[in-house]
Design a protein around this ligand. Structure first.
Ligand code: NAD
Length: 366
């Protein structure tokens, strides 16, 4: 079995605590021969600022570039509230995304049957839910120019953000969505607003062309982004993969996330372009949550979001789908047994620590 190179960037606050459980899982996979990982570890966020005066060092960036995948914990906290803007902890995360060219954000929304009660929707609507939102991450209105606030001659102010997409940007994100659908349930919803936005017209046209030319075996539906938001809370199980731009993806993925309960349960991946020679993509995996200063250092953090992010790495970067399936089944099993960290425990239910939850998941894999 080929040895895979993984860079661990635990970061700050609970990032360090949840990453400790990933390290235990890696040791288990290496020991049992289910995988072969070589890991390096470095600082990011506030921890990197304290050591180097910047949110990520050049050495860490080099390691990230050379790794087969990066596992990221979380960054930030009140301690760094007043550091210069360019050195703020989040700058480390943004630099990684930008320099590694991570244009595709994968946000699964999976509702474990044991946690269906934690959703704001009725059990029957969310139980067994398994959808994947594919959000374009490096283009669109968050980055388009001009982006400014100007003062007009009459003294009034005018703010401008620019929504821009090129054919190439739409094609590559569409391919990520279709490729995922092929190994899932074979359905892609492409979500935009072609009724009122030119970028939506081009988005719909390009996705249709990519589908026709390369993915006739996948079913494609087009859905207006506002309707998509509505349908996500009406009948979420109708979806398999949803692909959308940066802005709509930001909102739709948060809507989908809330169908599943706690922030401590949500994994994510960010993927770059396929290397023409090796066929591999640059990739970074991270929980959706932040560094949770309110619970940091207390052993209260739920490690499942980070363990499930590592599960995505097993599946999408390392082709270890058997190990990934085992991890998913183990998470589901411990939840069914009633094990809960504080964030997902109901009133009166005993809560376990970060370490106890991690150990239980690993035990259930054995
Ligand atoms: P947060 O996600 O850190 O916490 C929000 C709430 O959810 C808190 O009450 C926290 O205790 C709880 N929570 C989060 N993850 C949990 C887990 N795994 N288990 C149990 N409970 C969990 O968001 P915030 O409080 O808005 O931000 C705190 C810091 O994190 C800020 O500095 C912010 O900038 C940073 N942040 C970083 C990232 C990132 O690194 N990707 C993302 C979001 C926020």
């Amino acid at each position: 079995m080929a040895t895979q190179k993984l860079l661990l960037l635990p970061g700050d606050g609970i990032g360090v605590e949840v990453m400790a459980e990933v390290k235990r899982l890696i040791a288990f996979l290496n020991q049992t021969g289910l995988a072969s990982f070589e890991t390096e570890e470095d600082l990011v966020g506030g921890a990197a600022y304290d050591a180097h005066g910047k949110a990520i060092s050049e050495d860490a960036m080099k390691l990230a570039d050379q790794a087969d995948a990066v596992m990221f914990g979380a960054v930030g906290g009140p301690k760094w509230a007043d550091v210069p803007y360019e050195a703020r902890p989040e700058a480390g995360l943004l630099r990684l995304r930008k320099d590694l060219g991570l244009f595709a954000n994968l946000r699964p929304a999976v509702c474990y049957p044991a946690l269906a009660e934690a959703s704001s929707l009725k059990r029957e609507l969310v139980e067994g839910l398994d959808i994947m939102i594919v959000r374009e991450l490096t283009g669109g209105v968050y980055f388009g120019e001009p982006k400014e606030i100007v003062t007009l001659e009459n003294g009034e102010k005018r703010a401008v953000d620019t929504q821009v997409y090129t054919t190439h940007e739409i094609e590559r994100i569409a391919r990520v969505a279709f490729d995922l659908a092929k190994v899932r349930r074979g359905l892609v919803h492409s979500s935009e607003k072609h009724n009122v936005m030119k970028s939506g017209v081009l988005w719909k046209q390009v996705v249709t062309e990519v589908h026709k030319a390369e993915y006739a075996d996948v079913k494609l539906e087009h859905i207006l982004a506002d309707n998509c938001g509505m349908q996500l809370v009406r009948t979420p199980k109708q979806f398999d993969v949803i692909v959308c731009d940066n802005l709509f993806g930001d909102m739709l993925s948060d809507v989908a996330a809330m169908l599943t309960g706690s922030l401590g349960m949500l994994p994510s991946a960010a993927l770059g372009a396929e290397d023409a020679k090796t066929g591999k993509r640059k990739a970074m995996y991270e929980p959706v949550h932040g560094s949770a200063p309110d619970i940091a250092g207390k052993g209260l953090a739920n490690p499942i979001a980070t363990l499930a992010s590592f599960g995505m790495a097993l599946r999408y970067s390392f082709g270890l789908s058997e190990a990934a399936d085992r991890l998913d089944a183990a998470i589901s099993a411990v939840l069914s047994e009633g094990l809960r960290t504080k964030d997902i425990a109901s009133a009166g239910q005993n809560a376990v620590s970060t370490g106890e939850m991690g150990a239980a998941v690993i035990k259930a894999m054995g």
